[in-house]
Design a protein around this ligand. Sequence first.
Ligand code: AKG
Ligand code: FE2
Length: 376
Amino acid sequence: MAVAPQTMKLELRTAYGRVYRNVLATPPRDCTPDEIPVIDLSSLFSDKLEDRKELANTIRAAAINTGFFYIKNHGIDAQIIADAKKQLLTFFKQPYEDKMKVTMAKSKYFNGYKGSKQANISPGESMDIKENLGFRYSPQYDPDPKSLDAVPEEVKPWIHGEDFVWEGTSHLPGFKEDCLKYWASCLTLSRKLIRIFALSLDLEENYFDSRVTYPGADQTFNYYPTRSSEEKANNSVGLGSHTDLQLFTLLWQDMVGGLQVLNRDGQWIKAVPIEGTIVVNIGDFMMRLCNDMYKSTVHRVYNDSTVERVSMPFFFGLNFNCVEGVVPSCTSPENPPKYEPISCGDWCQLRFKIESDEMKKRLADQAKAPRAVVVA
Ligand SMILES: O=C(O)CCC(=O)C(=O)O
Ligand SMILES: [Fe+2]
């Protein structure tokens, strides 16, 4: 008699509160090329609409299936990636006091540095071991040049880049320039890629163009130290299980490995690093736009190796003031919209706020009972 596989409930935070997923108890295994395919982006740069449509179909299949894929021939210069990675390592290897010059505590909008175990993205898992540094969209650095005088009034409250990140790192030669070069490359690629996503959803190719003029373009640099034996014994996670919030993420990872993805069957699979590629994953706002056709897939990181691991996710979304529900091509009388229109900015704020309020409470509770054992 077949024995039903053992499953566990995984608790996830969403903008609308907690949701639960069934997860198989079997250990993570390497992904297969069907689950996380490598997609050649050469046709992104083709003049022929048929080539771009063919690429759109390939992306559509991957976005429906696991919601994760690798891209190669993406056009981001290897040197730009290498320079950003070098700067990232220089930043994280600084003394703690230097990193704290740009502490996220100084930020109004979640820019800056957050140390190890200061966040807990997944409520049912440990605190996140990773450290990270983030910076957000600023029109003055947009590779598609913007006149600052021309920023529309309704957009201004949503411009969330903050200068203290650059001021507090100005002692690191080339830091700002190299980080922004990488960010700008990701932004340029994302604006091209969103046109392919438009085609993939049977929308006009330019459907999103005016919606990504002052977009969500948020860069994070992640640093995952190796785990101590105590952290291993406690099953402490580098970054807990979560989905990303916006349209899609361009996730560059080094060759160390550690990224895991929850597939359709509830099995954790390892997104094994592939040299020269960038991982792309669908975010929650994209999933809403297409009435759940594309999957905003749960993922997490364990650095189980004997060396540090770094990654550079770039989170791309619509203009934060842009209100959007399900797009016209993804709904019909038989498939009514499951979601109300909301601005992309409000959407992100909802979850950021839940996460940061819960974290503040947790840290305050810890401070109140300094000798208590905190089960992370
Ligand atoms: O480090 C990674 O590979 C994943 C990072 C990630 O998922 C995130 O920062 O949202
Ligand atoms: Fe993520």
